[in-house]
Write a protein that binds this ligand. Structure first.
Ligand SMILES: Cc1cc2nc3c(=O)[nH]c(=O)nc-3n(C[C@H](O)[C@H](O)[C@H](O)COP(=O)(O)O)c2cc1C
Length: 253
């Protein structure tokens, strides 16, 4: 069983590829949190996988919330792993996930990383299609390698872009401010299609008079609304307009 979160398709592609290669099933974390389906008897499962993007060198709040709330029961624990997708450095995402699970009696057998285009467009520019294609191709090669390791039930930490937790914590503390919804704005040419509200994994957006309004002070800040807006009318600060939109090419809508 592969649990995953994804806003722009990178982690979805990784999770889907692993599930398909192992004829296993996928579970989308936002759907589980919405439905309250958080107890799983995983005794008969082939594997327990978690796939997540890295946010501020740590876990997206929605994934942390899920890991803290999920109950996994088993007689013999299936092979258990975490795959972090990321753009530059994945910090301490797997160390944090590992600890949360260990506290509830679930040990992690392996941690993997797959580097992808960086969707944090307040900083990173995703307008160069050639660069994106190259990064996606390299990611696909890395994913093949990770899938072979999973198939052979490798054990260990297979990550070169990790950062010690005590350093990562300092950067992670900035996420709290970055995820304030007041940072998001809507431009005049918004067509009011409601795609942003429909996608939002935490239901933080409501359409009011044909325009999105954020109903929470903070959200996951996954930027799914910004990257998925058909008219590119949602922005975060003054850089995102020039940095383009991105959805993993393997996961078109
Ligand atoms: C709020 C936010 C913070 C991010 N922080 C990091 C980071 O600290 N390190 C990193 O390498 N990538 C970071 N990224 C990039 C994503 O982890 C990366 O692009 C990921 O593959 C996106 O996955 P998805 O398409 O499944 O949502 C960040 C992206 C967002 C939206």
């Amino acid at each position: 069983m592969i649990f995953y979160f994804s806003a722009t398709g990178n982690s979805e592609h990784v999770a889907r590829s692993i599930a398909e290669a192992n004829d296993d099933r996928l579970a989308y974390i936002p759907d589980l949190l919405t439905s309250g389906e958080l107890s799983f008897d995983v005794s008969g499962e082939k594997m327990i996988g978690f796939v997540s993007p890295t946010y501020y060198w740590g876990l997206p709040t929605i994934v942390e919330d899920f890991l803290r709330r999920v109950e996994l029961s088993f007689e013999e624990r299936p092979y258990t792993f975490f795959v972090a997708t990321y753009g530059t450095k994945n910090g301490a995402i797997t160390q944090v996930a590992e600890r949360i699970l260990k506290d509830k009696g679930v040990d992690m057998d392996a941690s993997y990383e797959v580097r992808m285009p960086d969707t944090w467009t307040p900083v990173f520019d995703l307008t160069n299609e050639e660069n994106i294609s190259k990064r996606v191709k390299t990611a696909d090669e890395k994913l093949e390698e990770v899938m072979c390791q999973i198939a052979s039930r490798s054990k260990g930490v297979f990550m070169k872009d990790r950062i010690p937790e005590f350093i990562s914590k300092m950067f992670y503390s900035l996420y709290e401010k970055a995820r304030r919804t007041e940072n998001l704005t809507v431009e005049e040419h918004c067509t009011g299609c409601g795609r942003c509200a429909e996608f939002c994994p935490v239901h933080a957006i409501k359409m009011c008079d044909g325009r999105p309004e954020w109903t929470m002070d903070s959200c996951v800040m996954c930027l799914g609304c910004l990257h998925r807006c058909p008219s590119f009318a949602i922005q975060y600060g003054d850089k995102t307009k020039g940095h383009g939109q991105y959805i993993n090419p393997h996961c078109p809508e």
